[in-house]
Ligand binder design. Structure first.
Ligand code: HAM
Length: 421
C-alpha cells in the first residue's frame, strides 16, 4: 500500500472540527485588530528563500523541497510565509506610502527530522505588518497573540523576547563571539564547530546541556546594541509592562532565519518536548529593500498550527455534531424525509440535519443516529406519512417521543440551534 510521505500527516474528520474552532478564533481576533488576509502561491523561485531566509541557515542549507520544473527553473515549496508575503507586497505595489496589516495561512514544507510537533508539511498562520517602525506595532503583535491564547483558554505559554539590533551591531558582536568560542574550541560540539564560521549566533541557540555553561558566559549581544535599538527595545518593554504581559528577556534568542533585526520573540510551551516554540517572529526592517522594494520597516510572527492544536484540543469544544438525524421507514418516507430535511435546513440556517441514507432496519438506523451524536432523531414511517407529522425522539434526554407538524418541528428545532450552536 502506498503511504503518506514521512512527516506529512492527514488531518482526519475527527480532528478537523477542532481545527475549525482554532481557525475561527484566529480569524475573529485578526479581524478585531484590523488585519487582512493575503494568499500567495505554495511554490516560489528558490532564490527568494535563499536571499531572504539566508544561505547558511538550516532551512536553506538542508531543509527545502527544491526541484527543477519542466522549464528547468529551480522552484521551492515554501518553507515559511514571510518571504512570499514580502515578494507579493512588492509585486502588487502594496508598500509604497502605505501601511499594511496582513495575515496568511496554509501549509509550509521543511525536510526536517520528524518528531512530535515537528513535521515536513505543517501549517502556519502568519501575520506581517509593513510601514510601522516603532515598538508600538511590535507590542501590538504580542498583544494580538496573547488575546488569541486567552480566547483559546491557553494560560501557560511563556513569552521570551530579545533585541538583535542592526546588522552592523551584529557584525561587531559576531566577531567577539567567534573570538570567544574559538578560545573554547574543545568545548564546542560538532554542530557548533560547524556553525562557528558560518552562523556563530546560532551556537547560542544550542539545546546541548553540555554547552549551556559556555553559552551562559559568552559575550552578550545587548552590550553591542546601538542607542536606537536599545530605545526601541525599551519602548516595547514599557508597553508590555503597562499591558501586564509577562515576559522574560532571553539574550540567547537569536532565531533560525537571517532576516531579523531589533525585536525577536517566541511564545513557548513545556508540553511538547523539544518543540517548544508555538509562535515566533520579530522585526525584519531590511528584508523589503533586500528583495528589491523601497526601504520599509516590517514585523510579524507565525504560529505553528499543529503545535497549537496539540495544546488546545482538550480545551476547546468543537461544534460539528448534528442537531438532528432523520430516520425513515419505507420508500415513500425516504422521499418525504429528504424534502423535509431540505425545508428544515432552509428555514433554520445553522441547523445540522443528517439524512439516513442506504436503508436498513429501524433498529440499525437508531444505532447510527445515536452514534452520530445528534440531539434528536426525526422519524418518518407509515403513521407519520398518513398523519403528516414527524416523530421526534430525544436521544440525550429522558423525554417521551412526540409527534409534531412541520411548524411545531421548526419551532422545536430552532431552540436546539440557538442552544447548541
Ligand atoms: P519559524 O520560527 O521558522 O518562523 O516558524 C514559526 C513557527 O512555525 C514555529 O514557532 C513553530 O511553531 C512552527 N514550525 C516551524 N517548523 C515546524 C515544523 N517542521 N513542524 C511543525 N511546526 C513548525 C517563521 O517561519 C517566520 N516566517 C515567522 C515570522 C513571520 N517572522 C516574521 N514574520
Amino acid at each position: 500500500m502506498i503511504q503518506a510521505i514521512r512527516g506529512m500527516k492527514d488531518i482526519t474528520p475527527d480532528e478537523t472540527p477542532y481545527w475549525h474552532v482554532i481557525e475561527e478564533a484566529i480569524r475573529r481576533i485578526l479581524a478585531a485588530y484590523g488585519y487582512c488576509e493575503m494568499r500567495t502561491p505554495l511554490l516560489e523561485q528558490t532564490d527568494l528563500f535563499a536571499r531572504s531566509i539566508g544561505e547558511v541557515t538550516d532551512i536553506v542549507e538542508k531543509e527545502m523541497y527544491t526541484f527543477s520544473d519542466r522549464n528547468g527553473d529551480s522552484l521551492t515549496l515554501r518553507p515559511e510565509g514571510t518571504a512570499g508575503c514580502v515578494r507579493a507586497c512588492i509585486e502588487n505595489g502594496m508598500l509604497h506610502n502605505q501601511t499594511q496589516r496582513l495575515w496568511y495561512t496554509g501549509p509550509m514544507f521543511r525536510h526536517e527530522r520528524p518528531q512530535k510537533g515537528r513535521y515536513r508539511q505543517f501549517h502556519q498562520v502568519g501575520v506581517e505588518t509593513f510601514g510601522f517602525s516603532g515598538p508600538d506595532i511590535d507590542a501590538e503583535l504580542i498583544l494580538l497573540s496573547a488575546s488569541l491564547w486567552q480566547a483559546l483558554g491557553l494560560y501557560d505559554l511563556t513569552l521570551e523576547i530579545n533585541s538583535l539590533g542592526t546588522s552592523e551591531n551584529r557584525a561587531v558582536y559576531r566577531d567577539k563571539l567567534v573570538d570567544y568560542f574559538s578560545a573554547h574550541l574543545q568545548q564546542l560540539d560538532a554542530d557548533s564547530q560547524r556553525r562557528l564560521h558560518t552562523n556563530p549566533l546560532r551556537i547560542l541557540d544550542s539545546k546541548n546541556p553540555d554547552m549551556q555553561a559556555l553559552i551562559g558566559d559568552a559575550p552578550k549581544l545587548s552590550d553591542y546594541l546601538d542607542e536606537e535599538s536599545k530605545a526601541h527595545f525599551a519602548g516595547l518593554i514599557r508597553i508590555l509592562e503597562q499591558a501586564q504581559i509577562s515576559y522574560t528577556v532571553n539574550p540567547c534568542l537569536v532565531r533560525g532565519l537571517d532576516y531579523y533585526s531589533k525585536t525577536v520573540f517566541e511564545w513557548k510551551t513545556d508540553k511538547l518536548g523539544a518543540q517548544s516554540a508555538v509562535c515566533a517572529g520579530g522585526r525584519f526592517d531590511t528584508l523589503v529593500e533586500h528583495l528589491g522594494g523601497k526601504p520599509t520597516p516590517a514585523a510579524g510572527f507565525a504560529i505553528g498550527m499543529e503545535r497549537l492544536f496539540e495544546l488546545v484540543k482538550d480545551l476547546v469544544e468543537p461544534k460539528h455534531l448534528p442537531h438532528a438525524y432523520l430516520i425513515v421507514d419505507g420508500s415513500d418516507a425516504v422521499i418525504k424525509g429528504m424534502i423535509l430535511a431540505e425545508t428544515l435546513r432552509k428555514r433554520l440556517p445553522g441547523l445540522r440535519v443528517v439524512n439516513h441514507c442506504g436503508g436498513g432496519s429501524l433498529k440499525s438506523q437508531f444505532k447510527k443516529a445515536d452514534k452520530s451524536g445528534a440531539t434528536v432523531a426525526l422519524i418518518i414511517g407509515e403513521d407519520e406519512l398518513s398523519s403528516e407529522t414527524t416523530a421526534v425522539k430525544y436521544l440525550r434526554e429522558d423525554k417521551p417521543q412526540e409527534h409534531m407538524s412541520e411548524e411545531e418541528l421548526v419551532n422545536q428545532l430552532s431552540n436546539l440551534v440557538s442552544n447548541i450552536r
